[in-house]
Write a protein that binds this ligand. Structure first.
Ligand code: PEP
Ligand code: MN
Length: 342
């Protein structure tokens, strides 16, 4: 249920309303917007009399929210969420470019790539230290050592780091990470989602291989229900009958999610296509459709990469792609008007 308040509500009356709602056993989330303040109620609202609230002086309207996701719902929070990360941010009109290798292979490799992608306009460094691999015999990542190398790369470049957490027991190692990635295979690992919901680092949730928008938003809801509202959604393609590409990139999710949720949306054309030459057109498509950011795999020597070489861009190619993305983003802003949501 949401309670839309009239402009400049009397603070005393508002305080009593919030207290009364809490006594009824619901959580109250206050979202102060430019026009209205909205109270989002989470919990069993069946015993709350809508007409009673609607009749109050300070209340403009009361609506039941049908969708099962509440905190993630745009109805709860009409304005876009902007997530500060280091000296940058995700959302709010910034084009976030997360770039780096699929997996951290050595300190030299990740520091070198970090310097190159930063010079090309990347705003965050990605790299897997713990890798979810289909085969138990494939390279599983450098683990803790990989995290240490990512931190060296951050020290050298200032780029915040985004890296995947696979297991709750690894969480203490992620204290120094800037954005915790939850991979597609773990999108519905509810214990993991609860654990990252009880800490403060921003969380990027990749879409499960066959997840509907609602299931994906329910995963965000798990994190937000724990108190962590800094959630980023990352589209990385879904499984379809098409086998030419690794997955099928669903760019339609951008306007749909923009409508359903206030959370920022990042697109990963690397895992979505599996082919380096499809990264540029799909990344441009994502920016044109209004994505808040991109996640792009970049490797200094893709032919010898320990993971996902065929979808990785060489630094020189990434440089050209990144420049086009920034130019298109600027052009889209002028088409839509500065700050306008697509
Ligand atoms: C990754 O980003 O390294 C990754 C494993 O992606 P996904 O979870 O989308 O497959
Ligand atoms: Mn990868």
């Amino acid at each position: 249920m949401i309670v839309i308040l009239k402009q400049s509500p009397n603070p005393g009356q508002l305080g009593s309303l919030i207290e009364w709602l809490k006594e009824k056993g619901v959580q109250v989330h206050t979202s102060v917007g430019e026009r209205n303040t909205i109270l989002g109620l989470v919990g069993d609202t069946s015993r709350i009399d809508i007409d009673l609230i609607a009749a109050l002086d300070i209340v403009e309207d009361v609506k039941r929210v049908q969708e099962p996701y509440k905190n993630a719902n745009r109805k709860f929070h009409p304005e876009d969420t902007v997530i500060p990360v280091g000296s940058t941010q995700v959302g709010g009109g910034t084009l976030t470019i997360m770039a780096g290798p699929c997996s951290v292979e050595s300190e030299e490799q990740v520091v070198g790539i970090a310097k190159a992608v930063k010079a090309s306009g990347a705003t965050m460094l990605r790299g897997g230290a713990f890798k979810p691999r289909t085969s138990p015999y494939a390279f599983q990542g450098l683990g803790e050592r990989g995290l240490a190398y990512l931190k060296s790369a951050r020290e050298e470049t200032g780029l915040p780091i985004v890296t995947e957490l696979m297991d709750v027991t690894q969480l203490p190692l992620f204290k120094d990470v800037d954005v915790i990635q939850i991979g597609a295979r773990n999108m519905q690992n509810f214990d993991l989602l609860k654990a990252v919901g009880h800490q403060e680092k921003p969380v990027m949730i990749k879409r499960g291989m066959s997840a509907t928008y609602e299931e994906w938003l329910m995963s965000a809801e798990y994190v937000m229900a724990g108190g962590n509202e800094n959630v980023i959604l990352c589209e990385r393609g879904v499984r379809t009958f098409e086998s030419f590409t690794r997955n099928t990139l669903d760019l339609c999710c951008i306007p749909v999610l923009r409508h359903l949720t206030h959370l920022p949306i990042v697109v990963d054309p690397s895992h979505a296509t599996g082919k380096y030459w499809l990264v540029e057109p799909m990344a441009l498509g994502a920016v044109a459709a209004g994505a808040d950011g991109l996640l792009i795999e970049v490797h200094n020597d893709p032919e010898h990469a320990l993971c996902d070489g065929s979808q990785s861009l060489k630094p020189g190619v990434f440089d050209a792609v990144s420049r086009k993305l920034l130019a298109l983003h600027a052009a889209m802003k002028s088409i839509h008007g500065e700050g306008a949501s697509t």
